[in-house]
Ligand binder design. Structure first.
Ligand SMILES: [Zn+2]
Length: 69
């Protein structure tokens, strides 16, 4: 599975939790830059939403990604 599909699948299972790129990368065991690019792609594809919010994992207020409703 490519990174974009892994990110989309992970976010779907974790719904409605949201994750920053770093936590997404850590959870999936992928490179942070790969996680960032994959998260942007899932957002463009409409399967997820990129917005400023609180990460459900690290609790930091930053750009996060979550599954679209
Ligand atoms: Zn985080």
């Amino acid at each position: 599975m490519i990174a974009k599909e892994r990110v989309a699948a992970f976010l779907a299972t974790q719904r409605p939790r949201s994750f920053c790129d770093e936590c997404l990368a850590r959870a999936l065991g992928i490179d942070p830059s790969t996680a960032y690019r994959a998260a942007v792609k899932t957002g463009r594809a409409g399967s997820s939403v990129r917005e400023y919010g609180v990460c459900s994992d690290c609790g930091e207020s930053r750009l996060i990604t979550r599954a679209a409703h």
